[in-house]
Design a protein around this ligand. Structure first.
Ligand code: 13P
Ligand code: SF4
Length: 311
C-alpha cells in the first residue's frame, strides 16, 4: 500500500529516476497542477508533448489528451494515472457512427474537436482545439463544406462568430451543459459589474451572457486583464486555482449549476486522477497508452494539420 508514504517526495524522486515530465490540464486537482512541469490547455499540452526530451510523459488529464501525446511522441512511454478518465464528448461520438455520418456527406471535410477518440481523429481531416478553431477555420476556403464534431456547442459558437455554416454532430460536454442560466443571472445580480468568462463548450444560453469566450488558457489570460475585482468563471472550477495564485487580491466565482453552486460542474473524468494514482503510474509505468501503429499514423495526419495551421 501507499499509506505513510510522502507522495509528493516519492513523485519527485520517480520523476527524476524515470526522466519523466508531468503535464497537467487546468481542470486537475490543485496539488497535481502544482507539481506538474507544465500546466496548459489542450493545444499547449499537445505542443509540449510533441517537443519534450523526457522518456516518460505522465499525463494528468483525460485519456484523449494522453492519447494525443502518444500519437505525437510515439517513442515515449505515456502514462495516465487513471485509464477510466474519459470524456463525455468522446463517448457521444462512436467511430462507426461518425464514419457513417462522413459517408453521408462525401463532399464535406471533417473538422473535429480534439475531444474525441483516436479512431475519430483517424477519420478526420483537421483537428482543432478551442484555442485554435477560429484561426484554423479562417484558413479553409469559404466554398469548402464542413462537418464539425463532436461538440455542437463549440460548433454553434464558431458558426455565430465566423458566419460559417457547418453540419454539427450532436455531442455535448456534460460539465458545461450543467450550468444554469437562472442561477447565473441570480449570481450576476449579486455581483453587478462582474464580467463572465465562459468556455465555448457552454450552451448558447450561457454564452449569451459571457463577456469573454475562449479556451482555458484564453480564460486565464482574460482573468489577468479584466478591469474590476470579481470575475464569474463559466468552465470547470479547478481552473480558479491558477487565477487565485496569479491574482490573490481578486475574487473568482465558479458559475453555478441548478443547485446554485459550482460543485456539480467538476469534471468527473478529470477528477479520477489523484496523487496516489500519479505516484503508482510513475512507479509501475502503468496504466500506459498504447496505440496500434496504423491507427496512430492516420490520427497523426489530422493532428499535424492542426499543429501547422494553429501556429
Ligand atoms: P481547453 O482546450 O480549453 O483546455 O479545453 C479542454 C476541455 O476538455 C474543455 O472541457
Ligand atoms: Fe470532456 Fe467536458 Fe470533462 Fe472537458 S470538461 S474532459 S469536455 S467531459
Amino acid at each position: 500500500g501507499t499509506a505513510g508514504l510522502d507522495l509528493r517526495a516519492e513523485i519527485e524522486r520517480l520523476r527524476k529516476e524515470r526522466n519523466a515530465v508531468i503535464l497537467a490540464h487546468y481542470y486537475q486537482k490543485p496539488e497535481l497542477q502544482d507539481l506538474a512541469d507544465f500546466v496548459g490547455d489542450s493545444l499547449d499540452l499537445s505542443r509540449k508533448a510533441a517537443e519534450t526530451d523526457a522518456e516518460v510523459i505522465a499525463f494528468c488529464g483525460v485519456r484523449f489528451m494522453a492519447e494525443t501525446a502518444k500519437i505525437l511522441s510515439p517513442d515515449k512511454i505515456v502514462v495516465l494515472p487513471d485509464m477510466n478518465a474519459g470524456c463525455s464528448l468522446e463517448d457521444s461520438c462512436p467511430p462507426e457512427q461518425f464514419a457513417a455520418f462522413r459517408a453521408q456527406h462525401p463532399d464535406h471535410i471533417a473538422l473535429t474537436y480534439i475531444n474525441c477518440s483516436v479512431e475519430v481523429k483517424a477519420l478526420s481531416d483537421i483537428i482543432v482545439t478551442s484555442s485554435s478553431a477560429e484561426r484554423i477555420l479562417a484558413q479553409i476556403p469559404p466554398e469548402q463544406k464542413i462537418i464539425f464534431g463532436p461538440d455542437r456547442n463549440l460548433g454553434g459558437y464558431l458558426t455565430r462568430v465566423t458566419e460559417r455554416e457547418m453540419l454539427l454532430w450532436p455531442g455535448v460536454c456534460i460539465v458545461h451543459e450543467a450550468f444554469s442560466e437562472t442561477e447565473l443571472l441570480k449570481l450576476k445580480a449579486q455581483h453587478p459589474g462582474a464580467p463572465i468568462a465562459a468556455h465555448p463548450e457552454c450552451p448558447p444560453h450561457i454564452l449569451d451572457h459571457a463577456d469573454y469566450v475562449g479556451s482555458t488558457r484564453g480564460i486565464l489570460e482574460f482573468a489577468q486583464s479584466f478591469p474590476g475585482d470579481t470575475l464569474i468563471v463559466a468552465t470547470e472550477p479547478h481552473i480558479i486555482h491558477q487565477m487565485e495564485k496569479a491574482l490573490p487580491g481578486k475574487t473568482f466565482i465558479g458559475a453555478p449549476g441548478a443547485d446554485g453552486n459550482c460543485n456539480c460542474n467538476i469534471c468527473p473524468y478529470m477528477a479520477l486522477n489523484d496523487m496516489e494514482k500519479l505516484y503508482l503510474a510513475l512507479r509501475d509505468l502503468n496504466p500506459r497508452i498504447e496505440i496500434e501503429e496504423d491507427m496512430r499514423l492516420k490520427a497523426k495526419k489530422s493532428l499535424d494539420r492542426m499543429l501547422e495551421m494553429a501556429s
